[in-house]
Design a protein around this ligand. Structure first.
Ligand code: CAA
Length: 368
């Protein structure tokens, strides 16, 4: 099996049916809206109604990816779900997904956890399973799905969100993914959720420091192996994990410094190749493990075959990985765009009262 036999064959994105404008949250919490819109770069955060959870999101994305793929369930030999929105300490989220899809039999089915990096790890494992020959021609279904909720009134609250991206890994019709990737990890308590606690604990400034460092170390490796700063010039776009857009801007500044770019060169790289990838992210908010792949899905749509982009994944704790993708023949049509636009057009923007009721219902479901 060669690299060209394997890649992203099909993808599907699912956003939930509710969202909130961060300016409504600003008014509710008594903060200057410009802090959220300008200071953090946020616009809206996706929210799930009662009874709609991470499994609903994962199943929605998976159904969309599978319908476009055209293959049958018995051709799937691996199902991997990356999430940090665990429904259970033991039973994998993939079991809920398999149940919803009617997928059973000769399938390796499991969940991957590494904060916002889990979905990327699941994708890399699926690719490597195919490249190794162990797949024996079978396809993998990979889903990154999360619902990001912070404690009410905490600093992270404006950076909530939700979403799922599903990818069938088989022939590279949507994108080829580079076999080489560039990883960096370092143990840290920047963002974590102790067992039994409903909301994450976050050291916001440390998480920023870790994220910027990880991006710089990964892009340094890419540059060292692929012709220095020219490696950036060859990219059509660079997608990042998007906790909130300002954080991405800070990471790009760190990358520019590490690669010896002038301030003007870094600003141009951000404006031309990074900022345009975050259009859907500003509507979804931080979808944790799905956040990077939402940006990748938006960016791949409409690209001519062979166009290269980068994808930088970060998960607190912390681990990061940078890879490149090249658009496949189905990218230009971007068939998944209509579904995302329909999700965005049909969703309800909640007011402060509905938001507070949703948060109270969380507590009613056993969340402290
Ligand atoms: N107008 C314009 N800008 C304003 C403003 C105003 N009135 N008031 C403040 N600002 C600016 C500030 O200057 C600051 O900008 P700079 O950083 O560029 O200086 C920005 O708004 C934020 O201000 P603060 O730092 O004072 O905000 P804060 O203390 O409320 O916290 C935060 C911000 C730390 C990012 C907080 O939102 C947070 O903790 N978020 C969650 C942490 C997070 O997402 N970490 C990412 C980890 S990666 C991840 O996604 C986790 C994972 O792996 C699961």
């Amino acid at each position: 099996m060669t690299d060209t036999d394997t890649g992203i064959a099909s993808l599907g994105v699912q956003l939930p049916p509710l969202a909130m404008d961060v300016e409504v949250l600003a008014a509710l919490r008594g903060v200057d809206p410009a802090k959220l819109t300008v200071g953090l770069g946020c616009r809206e955060m996706a929210l799930c109604p009662e009874g709609y959870d991470v499994a609903t999101l994962a199943a929605g994305a998976a159904r969309r990816a599978l319908a476009r793929w055209g293959g049958s369930l018995d051709q799937i030999g691996l199902l991997a779900v990356g999430t940090e929105t665990a429904k259970d300490m033991s039973r994998p989220l993939s079991a809920w997904l398999a149940d919803a899809l009617g997928l059973r039999g000769a399938v390796r089915s499991y969940e991957v956890k590494h904060a916002c990096y889990g979905g990327t790890l699941a994708l890399r494992q699926a690719l490597e399973w195919r490249w190794s020959g162990a797949a024996r021609g079978k396809a993998a279904l990979v889903v990154a799905a999360d619902v990001a909720l912070y404690a009410p009134e905490s600093p992270g609250e404006p950076t909530q969100g939700a979403g799922a991206v599903a990818m069938v890994v088989e022939a590279p019709r949507v994108a080829e993914v580079s076999r080489a990737s560039f990883s960096y990890s370092e143990p840290a308590f920047d963002f974590w959720r102790p067992v039994g606690e409903a909301y994450p604990r976050v050291d916001g400034p440390l998480s920023l420091e870790c994220y910027v460092k990880a991006a710089a170390r990964c892009f340094e490796q890419l540059a060292a192996e692929r012709g220095g700063r020219e490696a950036l010039a060859r990219l059509h776009a660079a997608c990042f994990h998007v906790p909130f857009p300002k954080m991405v801007k800070k990471a790009v500044a760190g990358v520019g410094e590490a690669l010896g770019l002038s301030d003007a060169e870094t600003a141009a790289f951000f404006e031309q190749k990074v900022e345009p990838t975050m259009r859907w992210s500003r509507r979804a908010g931080n979808a944790y493990g799905a956040a990077l792949w939402i940006a990748v899905a938006q960016t791949l749509a409409g690209l001519e075959q062979g166009t290269p982009i980068a994808a930088f994944s970060y998960g607190s704790g912390f681990g990061a990985e940078l890879m490149t993708l090249t658009a496949g023949p189905d990218a230009a049509a971007g068939a998944w765009v209509a579904e995302v636009e329909a999700d965005l057009a049909s969703r309800t923007l909640v007011d402060a009262d509905r938001y507070l009721a949703l948060r109270a219902a969380e507590r009613g479901q056993g969340i402290q």
